[in-house]
Design a protein around this ligand. Sequence first.
Ligand code: GLU
Length: 288
Amino acid sequence: MEKAKKRQFGIIATIVLAAVIVLGLMWATATAKKNQEHQDTLARVEKLGRIVWGVKADTKLFGLMDTKTGVSKGFDVDIAKALTVQLSKQTGVPMSAEFVPVSSSSKIQLLKNTNIDGTVSTMTITPEREKIIDFTKQYFDAGQSILVKKDSGIKSIKDMNDSKYTIIVVVGTTAAEETKKFAPKAKLLAVQDYATGMQALKAGQGQAMSTDNAILYGFATENPDYQIVGGTFTHGPYGIAFDNDQGPMIRETNKALATLKKNGVYNKLIKKWFSNVPGLDWHELEAK
Ligand code: GLU
């Protein structure tokens, strides 16, 4: 009797243990799958049938929010739309494009939090950024320059290397880091976005605003009293960015980008956004 009870207990204990092991394994597999979806951007966008792109809201020509509709318009937004169409074709999974406004300083964190899947936002490929996020091949060529009042007498960044000058930059941009190297004696005024920067420039809080030439062209066209001077003093090509370790997404996006350059879509968008910008030779921007 005693023996039989012990055996019965042994059998029950074995069943309970086996059940615990099976449940544990099921839980571990489910968690691993969830983590993989979290990490694998391509798998995530295919599963959800949409790509959430971070685009600028304060950057004319690339991503400027239309205050009536709340939707950004610009070259970056159109590139993101065209990429989504091409990625849908390539993968055979229909996907829609959704847009979330990002600022110069928020984009990396939004990628990390998966609030956005990718970003097309005038983002310069730099070795520091490449340590924490992934970039595609370059989709646009740019370099840093300065925007000044036409009668300022300032002809280049070199002229500004004097403590009597203040240069306005936007927090989180490459210009916020680079400007000091080219005009170490000048003061810097760091603002949150370009609209504030332009206001500060007009109010005389600084004598120049500095960022990529391509971005400054957007302001020069709207503000005829201001001009870009001295050409570019850095080289900073733009890449489409994803979180780090996104090999499959990067490969597919590079392939999609190459197709857009070959089939004329890229050049059509270059013409749409840059052919009417005074002082800019838009043919130089075309994919050859
Ligand atoms: N290309 C610059 C950068 O990546 C400016 C970008 C921006 O204005 O957000 O920092």
